[in-house]
Design a protein around this ligand. Structure first.
Ligand code: PAF
Length: 289
């Protein structure tokens, strides 16, 4: 497996000769790879000839006071995981290689601004500029690698919807593949931020997913179409039993547009964000009526 730290060296590896013969997949990550990432890599492996994993903790997507400094950086382990998963190459650029130099503390650079109605909702309410930072770095990575397909987890449901919109709006020639959320046996979704949780926090955190299942069951059990407010109230009532889970939001939105819906529609996402101590966790499930 190759490791590239510069755009020029990666580009020369992905020369036209290789492109002509092989389909190329990109799995963008911020490292601290876990079983969820591995499922993206495995899927990419089965659908493409060549898999590139990027590892870059993107400062643009962290707000002031967020966990940029303490975000886990585990390059040696990540490298091993990629090697074992038969990844062809990992791309590990520095911030300056990505055009984000410390001298530009305000990141005075061109940025990709997704539609405000998609980034000012759900996580975007508390994470101002987060999705602009994600959209900018993902667009740069797609332009650098020019993959045939790029793989993202459905756990970050808002991120996936935003990236699909950006790719569509900017006519980027890549297929975006959303992969199912991978969960621990308790139901807790794998996340690099789970490392911040104590053993007892982890047990508690599993109730976030249970609250979503409980709300979905409410829909399945109802003879009539149940209102959005009833669905959300069901999840809220479930979580009320766990006062140390601080709910930030729980919303039922259209999975593609992320707009709230008063009445159930075809393809919805029940999305949640909650804090346990200082750790912010997100999850979602899809609801098809
Ligand atoms: O989901 C992530 O790990 C990041 O948001 C991504 C897509 C790699 C962009 O930095």
């Amino acid at each position: 497996m190759q490791l590239f730290t510069t755009i020029a060296s990666l580009r020369s590896y992905l020369c036209n000769d290789l492109r002509d013969r092989k389909s190329i997949a990109l799995v963008p990550t911020m490292g601290a790879l876990h079983v969820g990432h591995l499922s993206l890599i495995d899927r990419a492996r089965t659908e493409n000839d060549c898999v590139i994993v990027s590892i870059f903790v993107n400062p643009l997507q962290f707000g002031a006071g967020e966990d940029f400094d303490k975000y886990p950086r585990t390059l040696d382990g990540d490298r091993q995981i990629c090697e074992n998963a038969e990844v062809e190459a990992i791309f590990v650029p520095s911030a300056s290689e990505m055009g984000l130099s410390k001298a530009k503390a305000t990141y005075n650079m061109t940025q990709v601004m997704p539609p405000p109605e998609m980034v000012n909702v759900l996580c975007g309410r508390s994470r101002i500029d987060h999705f602009q930072g994600v959209a900018t770095i993902v667009t740069k990575l797609l332009n650098i690698v020019q993959p045939d397909r790029a793989y993202f987890g459905c756990k970050d449901g808002q991120q996936l919807a935003v990236i699909r919109q950006v790719v569509n709006d900017l006519n980027l020639p890549v297929e975006i593949i959303g992969c199912p959320t991978i969960r621990e046996s308790s139901g807790l979704a794998y996340s690099s931020r789970n490392q911040y949780l104590s053993a007892s926090d982890r047990i508690l955190a599993a109730h976030i997913y249970q609250s979503l299942l409980c709300a979905r069951q409410k829909i399945l059990d109802s003879d009539e179409i149940c209102a959005t407010s009833q669905v959300i109230a069901t999840a809220r009532n479930y979580l009320d039993k766990f006062p140390t889970i601080n709910l930030e939001y729980i919303e039922l939105v259209d999975a593609k547009t992320l707009q709230p819906c008063a009445q159930p529609e075809a393809s919805l996402m029940l999305a949640i964000a909650a804090r346990i101590g200082n750790t912010r966790l997100i999850d979602n499930i899809s609801i098809i009526f």
